[in-house]
Write a protein that binds this ligand. Structure first.
Ligand code: SAM
Length: 493
């Protein structure tokens, strides 16, 4: 039973049930009351109206009935009904004609192998970047020679965000918890993201669950963060006729992958869309000097110039209603264009318990990987204590992780000049924030690959290619990890 203080909160509850069901949960019901409201009858009638408004906002079909309203989207059905002095919001997943949850076939490869032809218009500078990126992705962690190690360490100090980030990842996989120089040298006075007060639309905002200032600094140590961009670049070359002249980047956050995209395609003009008032100042700061135009907007309301030959999105599909996200991308891409979505997806689930366990296991792999080679005795004291606490995480049940998060979130200074890979410890805190938000299914709303593809198809985007860039749990292409989906409008001209 959820006690609400105002009718406007009903939108969020309907959205939650709808998204939880379309994203895979077999069934979900939340009962709502308005204990502090004098005229409960009026409040309940207004709540049904609010459910109807939500349906219109997200493009669900709505059918009124005697006690309330039914909402239907391709993968979920939700009924909102007045029952005495309560409102019952109940939904279920519609698996559709595909039947079983794993039924959608993925034309797919696991891992980061596979190259494509060089596009003709690469100039010398970007050809070298592509070659180096391909070399890093092709390295096997256990076979990194001392000479390879030296070359990777030199890249940590270079100007390329893409190569420095990829090099740090390769070194970490080989046993050295390295960090790119642009992260090491970040000074606290460059922290820009003073979050502004949230309006209603952003009450579910990213910064309500994740520290954006920390993300802007430490996300560069996320395993496979650069690898997903290199793979995305390869897919552009494999599936488009030429380099796209315009690219739309959806949910750019502080903009590191956006800059990587600009490095890969220096001749493309990029529109970067980001609604968060905390992340947007970082985006503007980080993209200065690049052919990237930041836009402070949510993708649902963004029109831009439309007809983009390439629409890209990294890490964002689970930060809003995934179907609305896909619908917006389908609206903005050219009929002959491509949509590339890189994001984390978890293993298939039907129950809340299954989902929580899958979320926890998935994030724990990133945490363990990021911390694997960090040594407590080489860290500033506050970080070595944090590291010890974080290393307990994988032995805790999912419901104990919120307590751990509260503990490791305290006292997070920037240690200018300190060595030891303390930035990886702070990345692990971010990952734990995502994990805990994911279990609450609040802000972080992950689905599983087969369901994502089904949702895309329902929004008019068909799957062209797929890579599981980094596997966290399981060994099959449709299991958990960092995925890249290549989609195109179902009926190109
Ligand atoms: C995990 S961050 C990813 C940021 C960046 N692409 C990266 O990979 O580092 C998810 C981003 O989605 C953004 N987001 C949330 N709702 C959105 C919406 N309606 N339209 C566009 N972006 C949205 C958040 O503000 C946040 O910046």
């Amino acid at each position: 039973m959820l006690e609400l203080t105002s009718v406007s909160e009903v939108h969020g509850v309907v959205a939650k049930v709808l998204q939880e069901c379309q994203n895979g949960l077999a069934g979900r019901a939340i009962t709502v009351t308005f204990p502090g409201v004098a005229d409960r009858g009026a409040a309940l009638r207004a709540a049904v109206e609010a459910a109807g408004e939500h349906a219109a906002e997200v493009g669900a079909s709505a059918r009124r009935h005697r006690t309330g309203i039914d909402l239907t989207v391709p993968l979920a059905f939700v009924t909102v009904a007045v029952d005495a002095d309560r409102l019952v919001i109940a939904g279920h997943h519609r698996s559709g004609e595909d039947g079983a949850r794993q039924a959608v076939p993925l034309p797919t490869t696991t891992g980061t192998t596979g190259t494509t032809d060089q596009p003709a218009e690469l100039d010398d500078q970007s050809a070298e970047l592509w070659d180096t990126a391909d070399w890093i992705l092709g390295l096997e962690p256990r076979r990194v020679s001392p000479a390879d190690g030296d070359r990777l360490r030199a890249l940590l100090d270079g100007d390329s965000r893409l190569l420095a980030t990829a090099a740090a990842d390769a070194l970490n996989a080989a046993g050295d918890p390295a960090v790119p120089r642009f992260v090491v040298e970040h000074r606290p006075d460059e922290v820009l993201g003073a979050a502004q007060p949230s309006d209603r639309r952003f009450s579910q905002s990213w910064e309500s669950r994740v520290s954006v200032d920390e993300y802007a600094l430490f996300e560069a140590t996320h395993p496979a963060y650069a690898a997903q961009m290199i793979m995305l670049g390869r897919m552009v070359r494999a599936h488009s006729a030429g380099t796209p002249d315009r690219i739309l980047d959806v949910g750019s956050g502080p903009g590191l992958p956006t800059v990587m995209l600009a490095e890969l395609f220096p001749h493309s003009k990029i529109d970067a869309v980001e609604p968060s008032p905390a992340a947007y100042p970082y985006l503007c700061h980080n993209v200065a000097g690049w052919p990237i135009r930041p836009h402070h907007a949510g993708i649902e309301e963004f029109t831009g110039d439309g007809g983009y030959p390439l629409v890209v999105s990294v890490g964002t599909s689970h930060h809003l209603d995934t179907r609305v996200f896909l619908r917006s991308l389908a609206r903005l891409v050219d009929r002959n264009g491509l949509v590339m979505v890189a994001d984390e997806l978890i293993g298939a689930f039907e129950t809340e318990e299954e989902r929580s366990s899958n979320i926890a296991r998935h994030h724990m792999v990133y945490i363990d990987e990021a911390l694997a080679h960090v040594q407590a005795d080489r860290l500033p004291q506050v970080e070595s204590a944090r590291l010890r606490a974080l290393r307990k995480a994988s032995s805790l049940p999912p419901d104990a992780l919120a307590g751990l998060l509260a503990e490791v979130r305290r006292d997070r200074p920037v240690h200018v000049g300190a060595a030891g890979g303390w930035q990886r410890v702070r990345f692990a805190v971010l990952e734990l924030e995502a994990l805990v938000a994911g279990i609450a299914y609040d802000v972080e709303r992950k689905t599983y690959p087969a369901n994502f593809v089904r949702m895309a198809r329902a929004e008019g985007l068909e799957l062209v290619d797929h890579r599981r860039v980094y596997g966290t749990v399981g060994t099959r292409p449709g299991d958990a990890g960092t995925h890249l989906f290549v989609l195109r409008p179902a009926d190109p001209a």
